[in-house]
Design a protein around this ligand. Structure first.
Ligand SMILES: [Zn+2]
Ligand SMILES: [Zn+2]
Length: 311
């Protein structure tokens, strides 16, 4: 045996002994549970247009392996399934999708509603969905359930695949106003009125370790600034002025009343002072243009959200 082989052998023994010693020490220690950390998972950052790589507006706040969804744009359940499979976020396994909040009833935020009601049920969800949102939510829910009456009857009859768990498609729809709308052991959720084309709300989530505010669609509002006030994360919509100029006049007028431009968001961010500002539901001429627009006006920490990003 050469001297170098001998050295290698003895150093290997030394390393093994150290590993064993460390393992013994660890075994003698009380097990420390992993840190509880609230995560924001962007399930969809897109717009009404069907951009293939940006699903419709949907966000998950994940606390202690429980998911709280905000908005159900198209693609929500498949994006949740992708986050479960690719990011190992167990709370987003589809049968665990049980609580959702909707900012307003525009179709780009709600066409994933039947998906959220029925897809998790077909793969095993056994309990009703709890959904919170503005007036009109109950009627929308009733109409969706009526539209799928044949499916529900077929799945729950004596031959039906879901006959042993017939409650999984049901929905408890809660119509809300401003104030605390939900509270459990993980989270307190407070709604605040926003300024959009219909009754609309933003939501603030307070957990043991983070405060997260989500705007939904809105003109800049003092209510959003007040809801954040140094919050950990503010998730806000934005359009660049250059992109808006490419749109028809009527949309420019609509947007001036009911959406937020990047200069407006920069000013709102300066007042709200989030530790992290996430742009979502954005439009711009290009990603570079959007980032450049914000960099020129906003000194705080911001990111342009992409589907399946986790913060
Ligand atoms: Zn809208
Ligand atoms: Zn929208």
């Amino acid at each position: 045996m050469s001297a170098s082989t001998e050295r290698l052998k003895s150093s290997t023994v030394l390393v093994c002994a150290l590993v064993l010693f460390t393992a013994c020490l660890a075994a003698g220690q009380p097990q420390v549970p992993p840190a509880k950390k609230t995560r924001v998972v962007l399930l969809g950052t897109g717009n009404p247009g069907p951009t293939p790589d940006r699903s419709g507006p949907a966000t998950a706040i994940v606390v202690n392996e429980t998911a709280y969804l905000v908005d159900f744009g198209p693609g929500i359940v498949r994006r949740a399934s992708a986050a479960f499979r690719d990011k190992d976020i167990k709370a987003l396994e589809p049968t665990k999708l049980r609580v959702a909040f909707v900012t307003h009833l525009h179709s780009d935020h709600t066409v994933g509603y039947p998906d959220l009601i029925f897809t998790p049920w077909t793969v095993g969800r056994r309990v009703p969905l709890e959904v919170y949102g503005p007036r009109g939510l109950k009627a929308m829910t009733d109409h969706i359930l009526a539209a799928y009456r044949v499916d529900i009857e077929t799945r729950t009859n004596p031959d039906g695949n879901q006959r042993t768990f017939p409650d999984g498609y049901k929905v408890n729809a809660h119509e809300i106003g401003p104030g605390v709308v939900y509270k459990d052991e993980n989270v307190t959720v407070t709604a605040f009125a926003t300024k959009h084309a219909m009754e609309s709300y933003g939501y603030r989530f307070d957990t043991t370790d983070r405060s997260i505010v989500l705007s939904g669609d809105t003109n800049p509002t003092q209510a959003t600034i007040d809801a954040c006030r140094g919050c950990d994360v503010l998730i806000h919509e934005a359009h660049t002025p250059a992109w808006l100029l490419t749109r028809p006049d009527y949309f420019q007028r609509f947007s001036a009343k009911y959406h937020t431009t990047t200069p407006e968001l920069a000013e709102l961010g300066r007042q709200a002072k989030p530790r992290l500002l996430i742009l979502y539901h954005y439009n711009s001429l290009s990603p570079e243009e959007l980032i450049g627009d914000m960099l020129a006006r906003y000194a705080g920490h911001f990111v342009v959200g992409r589907d399946l990003d986790v913060y």
